[in-house]
Design a protein around this ligand. Structure first.
Ligand code: 13P
Length: 395
């Protein structure tokens, strides 16, 4: 892991417990103490943190549930009562009414969804509020509303547009979808959600991940010629942008995940040359050509299932975040599992949930103080819930 950190400048700050980014301070409704972790926690050793986290968990008992996304580091995931992909964790958040506190070891958009889906008496805590998602930040409500208006001006009353937002998006974008007859999807249910959308309308506006949108649309039978890409920084720049959009069945927002963009067809070719029996397993946030060159693709939960079901001696080249790939390799020594990117980066924002943050928020909960709570305002939560519940019903 030391080597990985040296090569990933983006992730280095995570090792020294980053403080919240100044631009996030204004964006999120944070408690007074959110932007500073006490030095006593920042300097605490691993063993002491372990002991204190375990003690706080035991004291809180049934009042606490800890949810952990598969990308969390081992020192965090070992404390998760439930692990999952973003779909499974959203379901878990909706199914734990007995817990007063849902501590979400993931990123901001996941914690927001948990707040929306949980009961009014429950409080959702994100141990480090700086744990966001750069892809989610690639679409904001002003840009999406501008896009929506421009598309309707161009396409007229007959536009038949259904908005789909990927789970990796802010709550107000989910609310936008709820209000406008749309829906949320995750990487595990995107095919079913696209099918649902085409039962409601003629065209889809898909944001913020261009690649998940494209890979899912191709699987649904939509061709590249029936897709248009919307660049929010320079909309309608191409000369033939009008015709492209009029022709399009799906309009893809130009957003991406930096971790998954690191994977390439060359890596797959090399893996196949080095290990002829290898099976290639990738996440659908990868580019189309990577997904096309793979043997299988799916969400983090799907990736885990494929490996768990495989016989001893199986060989896997995997294209997703490194914490998950390492964990799978350790859990299955009877198989050969490696990450396709030789200079792998952990998801730099998921990495921000360090055990010191977990210990800090749990010990505060024991004292009755809620630190780093994630709250979505009522109006936004209402419409976002509409879009999320449509999704939960479709799956
Ligand atoms: P999953 O839904 O597959 O867990 O993916 C979430 C994510 O953020 C991937 O980058």
């Amino acid at each position: 892991m030391a080597v990985i950190q040296e090569q990933c400048s983006e992730s280095q700050e995570a090792v020294v417990l980053p403080l919240i980014l100044p631009q996030l301070r204004a964006k999120y409704d944070l408690s007074k103490r959110a932007d500073t972790i006490p030095q006593s926690y920042a300097q605490m050793g691993g063993e002491e943190l372990d002991r204190r986290i375990a003690a706080a968990r035991a004291t809180l008992g049934e009042r606490l549930v800890i949810l952990g996304h598969h990308y969390q580091r081992d020192e965090i995931i070992k404390y998760a009562d439930f692990r999952g992909d973003s779909f499974k964790l959203a379901q878990q958040a909706a199914m734990r009414p007995q817990a007063d506190y849902i501590v979400f070891c993931g990123v901001h958009f996941m914690a927001e969804s948990a707040d929306i889906l949980s009961g009014p008496h429950q409080k959702v805590v994100l141990p480090n509020p700086a744990a966001g998602c750069s892809m989610a930040d690639m679409a904001n409500i002003a840009e999406v509303e501008e896009c929506w208006e421009m598309l309707h001006e161009l396409l007229g009353d007959d536009a038949g547009l259904i908005p789909i937002t990927y789970m990796n998006s802010a709550a107000n974008l989910k609310a936008f979808c709820g209000r406008n007859g749309g829906i949320v999807c995750t990487s595990s249910n995107a095919p079913a959600v696209i099918k649902w959308a085409f039962m409601q309308g003629k065209r889809v506006l898909f944001f913020p991940d261009e690649h998940l949108g494209r890979n899912t649309a191709l699987r649904y039978g939509i061709t590249e010629e029936q897709m248009a890409v919307w660049n929010p920084k320079n909309p309608m720049a191409a000369d033939d942008a009008d015709e492209e959009i009029e022709r399009a069945k799906i309009i893809l927002w130009k957003g991406y995940c930096s971790t998954h963009m690191r994977f390439s067809v060359q890596q797959i070719e090399k893996a196949r040359a080095d290990y002829p029996a290898i099976k290639i397993l990738v996440h659908p946030e990868c580019r189309r050509e990577v997904v096309d060159a793979a043997d299988f693709y799916g969400s983090t939960e799907y990736i885990i299932q494929q490996i768990e079901q495989a016989p001893a001696g199986s060989q896997w080249g995997v294209a997703t975040e490194i914490n998950l790939v390492h964990r799978l390799a350790q859990a299955h020594p009877e198989q050969f599992i490696f990450c396709l990117d030789p200079i792998v980066c952990p998801c730099s924002t998921m990495y921000r949930i360090h055990p010191a943050y977990l210990a800090w928020v749990l010990e505060a909960l024991v004292e009755g103080e809620v630190i780093n709570q994630v709250r979505v305002d009522e109006e936004t939560a209402h419409w976002a819930r509409v879009a999320l519940e449509r999704m939960l019903a479709v799956h």
